[in-house]
Design a protein around this ligand. Structure first.
Ligand code: ADP
Ligand code: MG
Length: 209
């Protein structure tokens, strides 16, 4: 599997479309245990990303991802802006100078992105956040590759693991972000950020398929 800068940009455009389509849904999820702006944040953020990235950026995937991160930080007001922003900036640094990336690069991208989110938000698995979708996706991806599955099969398993992670957030108490103010009352609701992370992973799979 080899992904060009043009393809990475195409994926970002697809993510922007998906965030738009899921704007009301993500905001509804956030409204139940937060302040109801997650859909708007994501849709606004990725619309700005697509506008900001220029043709000359596409030669360097590191550049594309770095610019994506910086745009999310400056255009998204909520907690998710700096968190996803840091994730994409770290991802950009990991593949700086590359015009093509493969599956091993993608694993590295996800790993450094997760590291960035954990560092920035001081969160861990089980806190009912985006981490609960991303961490199991990375594990599933690595396991699938280890078992000899094709790249696409591995990406499919990764997004399925992310979905299970989203489901898992329904049953746990929020320990980070606005939802944590609700304590036990956050149980029964799926986390909005875990859901947007799942949507991104699903879109990556669907676009590469
Ligand atoms: P805000 O909470 O500021 O309104 P958003 O609604 O855009 O921002 O994003 C909320 C999402 O951000 C949550 O659903 C959760 O997944 C994620 N989140 C919040 N705080 C943290 C944190 N410390 N670590 C990781 N993810 C977090
Ligand atoms: Mg919110």
């Amino acid at each position: 599997m080899s992904i060009s800068g043009e393809k990475v940009f195409h994926i970002l455009k697809e993510i922007s479309i998906k965030m738009d389509e899921n704007k009301a849904f993500l905001s509804e999820l956030d409204a139940a245990i937060g302040d109801g702006d997650h859909g708007l944040n994501m849709s606004k953020g990725f619309t700005a990303v697509v506008e900001k990235i220029k043709d000359e950026d596409k030669k360097d995937i590191g550049n594309i991802l770095k610019k994506t991160g910086m745009t999310l930080v400056s255009n998204v007001g909520g907690a998710s802006g700096p968190l996803y922003g840091t994730a994409f900036m770290k991802a950009g640094a990991a593949v700086a100078g590359k015009s093509e990336i493969g599956l091993s690069d993608f694993i590295e991208i996800l790993e450094v992105a997760l590291e960035g989110i954990k560092m920035r938000g001081k969160g861990e698995s089980g806190d009912k956040t985006m981490i609960d979708a991303i961490a199991p996706a990375i594990e599933a991806l690595k396991e699938s590759i280890h078992n000899g599955d094709s790249s696409l099969e591995s990406l499919k398993k990764a997004k399925e693991a992310a979905y299970k992670g989203v489901e898992y957030t329904k049953g746990i108490v929020a320990r980070k972000g606005r939802a944590s103010y609700l304590g036990e009352r956050s149980i029964g609701h799926q986390d909005a950020g875990a859901t947007s992370s799942y949507i991104m992973l699903e879109t990556i799979y669907e676009t590469l398929k």
